[in-house]
Design a protein around this ligand. Sequence first.
Ligand code: DAH
Length: 330
Amino acid sequence: MDSLINEIKSAQSSAELEELRIKALGKKGILTSQFALLKNLDEEEKKGKAKELNQLKGEFEREWMLKKEIIATEELHKKLLEEKVDMTLFTPSKGVGSAHPVMITMERIVDYFVSLNFAIKSGPLIEDDFHNFEALNLPKYHPARDMQDTFYFKDGMLLRTHTSPVQIRTMEKETPPIRMICPGAVFRRDYDLTHTPMFHQVEGLVVEEEGKVSFANLKYILEDFLRFMFGEVQVRFRTSFFPFTEPSAEVDISCIFCHGKGCRVCSHTGWLEVLGCGLVDENVFKAVGYKNVSGYAFGLGVERFAMLIHAVSDLRAFFESDLRVLEQFR
Ligand code: DAH
């Protein structure tokens, strides 16, 4: 027994210590086998011997636990030393990442409106028919639904085709005045040079007491915004149709590549279409229970802005994660 205790004291590792535990108390251990012999003794002898064995066992276990703790602390210490990171070590540069061009553009757009006190709102990517269509004055079977090739789920839910449902969700929750933008991803079944199934929009909405907001306000802010984004361009409003605005307009800027002379990018028209807007349709206010208010709204595609600003002709370049392309926007 004394030699067992000495062995514990000189053990160097938890593995060695474990071997000693097995040697003493394992199935064929020294102490275990002595306990096994007890059954051959008569009552009187058994009592005495059992007491003695239990004392030895107790002593062994105490010493063993003590040593176990010491070794565990030593081993932890050793491990921490081994894993120490040398912060002064020289490593060749791995290069620095950069924001994605679409996100850079998005941030610039958001910055403009935040500086004018617009709040940033967000909504779910998986929408229901009511918020994506119905409440935006797009009832079932309305032909304008075809403008947006929708991804549907089996249960009738859908991937939002535009950020306009966030207008509805915000108006449902809040009372006017409202002054918001909603930047976010949207989804459509589309894939070619200028369309990807996922892209980003920024939606804007302003709602005030009736009569306090006019088309002139909308026109002013969008002209100023477009010059902030594209520099000294001409801006033109063309009458158009959106179910959720009346009157509606599409907004063009003079072509930033040919300055209005006509080129391939502007299809020789001298103009580039950049966003949609209008005064909020009365039916939209009805859907959210607003009365005696007026407002304007606008929506734009962030990738389209990024393509124009960076003169990228194939939208898919943004989404192929080719570092040779992305590094040019740093
Ligand atoms: N939701 C439209 C789309 O995705 C964009 C849009 C146009 C939003 C006019 C508006 C708006 O708020 O007034 O095509």
